[in-house]
Design a protein around this ligand. Structure first.
Ligand code: NI
Length: 171
């Protein structure tokens, strides 16, 4: 008799399955569990070096890949939800990391910022290495507009990371 365990992608639910009849049973149970827990499976494409770094980092923390991706998804949702629910004038910064060798990225980022000059106070450009740049865009404005700007920047090809840090104006 062999003991096998499978981990099912859902809210941290792990099923220990006693298997004596081979993988058919496991697959059946997995299908059943997936249906009953309303779990969705999906595949993700990412650059190899990003995946390697991710795997090493989560190994250190003792996270499974599914748990780590779920945490990242929740963090992203709570970041955006926070700004979705917020109203009024906020101030802070948008940090954008991008690959300046991607064709057209510099022009696109510049023109996006020109179109949003009403909410941008200033931009600091830092050359990170031969290929990557970081822009720290200081913003102040209606939170919806700031969020729109961040979303426009996020969609640009060549943009690798965006962080939005906003605070309400003190009363
Ligand atoms: Ni640069």
């Amino acid at each position: 008799m062999r003991f096998l365990s499978i981990t099912v992608l859902s809210d941290g639910i792990t099923s220990e399955v006693l298997n004596s009849c081979g993988f058919v049973i496991i697959e059946l149970l997995r299908g059943l569990t997936l249906r009953t827990n309303r779990v969705s499976r999906f595949s993700v494409s990412a650059p190899l070096n990003l995946v390697q770094e991710f795997n090493a980092a989560i190994r250190n923390v003792g996270y499974s890949r599914s748990e780590a991706v779920q945490t990242a998804m929740r963090n992203l949702l709570s970041d955006w939800k926070w700004t979705n629910d917020a109203k009024g004038i906020m101030t802070g910064g948008i940090i954008v990391v991008y690959d300046h060798e991607v064709r057209g990225i510099e022009e696109t980022l510049t023109s996006t910022q020109h179109h949003n000059q009403n909410i941008i106070s200033s931009t600091m450009h830092i050359h990170l290495d031969d290929r990557h740049c970081l822009e720290m865009i200081a913003v102040k404005g209606e939170v919806k507009e700031v969020q729109n700007l961040a979303q426009q920047l996020t969609r640009q090809r060549g943009v690798k990371q965006i962080k939005l840090a906003l605070v309400a104006l003190p009363h």
